[in-house]
Design a protein. Structure first.
Length: 409
């Protein structure tokens, strides 16, 4: 059982979180810093210890299913800080938060001030009841709490300057664009080709254009816009699962014999320093390979057919009767400190060509994309004709067409 923290303990931990996020670059503005200093995060995480509440990079799960899957959480301070920075919320604004918990709505209330207006919405009545109770207890009764599916517009909500989505979204609901003021911002963790990014969009007429992109992870959206990945079990068991965000590419039966062939292993010569991020490589491959997917290995069934460095998440690609995946090896014998080299493993009749194809894309990224600007995302209504789209790669969703464009090399 957690003990009641003293005021000084909570204040000290809040200051530590702020200092940590300043150092990491996730917290950059005085306004967001002051909001995080004023709002007592631990009061919105009942049942969590003080240490858990103020862990800079960890979420606090507040509701789980019978199987143990999280359905609601208070996001990590890091993610809340950089999403609020992305949103650029100012005094007097009208803000809609989709995905409630209470704490983030209180931060937004601090940012908009007494002249602003905050609505926080969630599909789960248990979540909104708890959020409303905690907000009132902490002096934020002016925040409007709404229970409902965010795929529909907030009744009588009008237009918002900022819509901030705090649940993992596979698509952009038409209601969000309908409720967003011209030049308003939509910030959401959007899943594109299996990769989730917090993207800050600005409305431009009938579509959205990205301004900033950050790596993140969130509890998935529920309700009408919930989405499930498509899974291809390569061996007919759960040993090797290839997960497709949109639809399974090609005929799954074509891979039946791939795992019976010798594994091709190719090394790229592209190295990565210790702790150096490579999220732009993930998105680069996702936007260049039609059969892009992710691969997971169930450890209790692992027979060694594949040998990825990361068994829980590997970038992969299916092409006809063959498939390949990105892996890496450490550069030093002790496995500490010096970084890694990227490689590609492939199986199937076309394994050698497929491995070299993926390896060449990794080399292209290293040469032309690694240190440059990332891609620009645009979101158009689902009925937008091809000749009115701007972008290189088009990803079609239920409600929208998302284009992804990389700057010229």
């Amino acid at each position: 059982m957690s003990t009641q923290p003293t005021t000084s303990e909570a204040e000290e931990l809040r200051e530590q979180v702020i200092a940590t996020l300043r150092e990491s670059g996730d917290l950059t503005s005085a306004a967001v810093e002051q909001a995080m200093r004023r709002v007592q995060r631990h009061e919105f995480t009942p049942g969590a210890s003080l240490k858990e509440a103020y862990s800079a990079f960890d979420a606090v799960v507040t509701k789980v299913t019978e199987s143990g899957s999280a359905t609601s959480s208070v996001s990590a301070p890091q993610i809340q800080a950089f999403m609020l920075e992305q949103a650029g919320i100012a005094p007097g604004m009208r803000v809609l938060e989709i995905g409630s918990g209470g704490y983030n709505a209180a931060l937004i209330a601090e940012l908009v001030g007494e002249d602003g207006h905050v609505v926080t919405m969630d599909i789960d009545a248990d979540v909104t009841d708890r959020a409303e109770r905690l907000l009132k207890q902490q002096g934020y009764g002016r925040v409007s709490v709404v229970t409902g599916d965010a795929a529909a517009a907030v009744p009588g909500g009008g237009l918002f300057d900022v819509i901030l989505v705090t649940a993992g979204a596979w698509d952009v609901a038409p209601a969000w664009l309908d409720q967003l003021a011209q030049a308003g911002k939509l910030v959401l963790p959007l899943r594109v080709r299996g990769l989730t990014r917090s993207i800050a969009f600005t409305r431009s007429g009938d579509h959205l254009v990205s301004e900033s992109v950050r790596v993140c992870g969130f509890v998935p959206m529920q309700g009408a816009d919930a989405h499930h990945t498509q899974v291809l079990l390569v061996t007919g068991t759960e040993e090797i699962a290839l997960k497709f965000d949109d639809e399974i590419m090609g005929d799954p039966s074509h891979l039946d014999n791939a795992v019976k062939t010798a594994r091709t292993e190719t090394w790229t010569g592209v190295t990565l320093g210790a702790q150096e991020p490579f999220d732009s490589l993930q998105m680069w491959l996702a936007t260049q390979l039609d059969g892009f997917c992710t691969m997971t290995i169930r450890e209790d069934l692992d027979t060694g057919i594949v040998a990825p460095a990361n068994k829980w998440f590997s970038m992969a690609h299916v092409d006809g009767n063959s498939f390949g995946y990105v892996t890496w090896k450490r550069l030093d014998a002790e496995g500490v400190g010096k970084g890694i080299e990227f490689g590609v493993h492939a199986l199937g009749p076309q394994a050698a060509d497929l491995a070299e194809k993926i390896a060449d894309l990794i080399r292209d990224w290293d040469r032309d994309r690694r240190h440059g600007a990332g891609p620009t995302f645009r979101v158009f209504p689902a009925d937008t004709p091809d000749d009115e789209l701007t972008g290189q790669r088009v990803v079609n969703k239920r409600n929208s067409r998302i284009t992804i464009s990389w700057p010229a090399a």
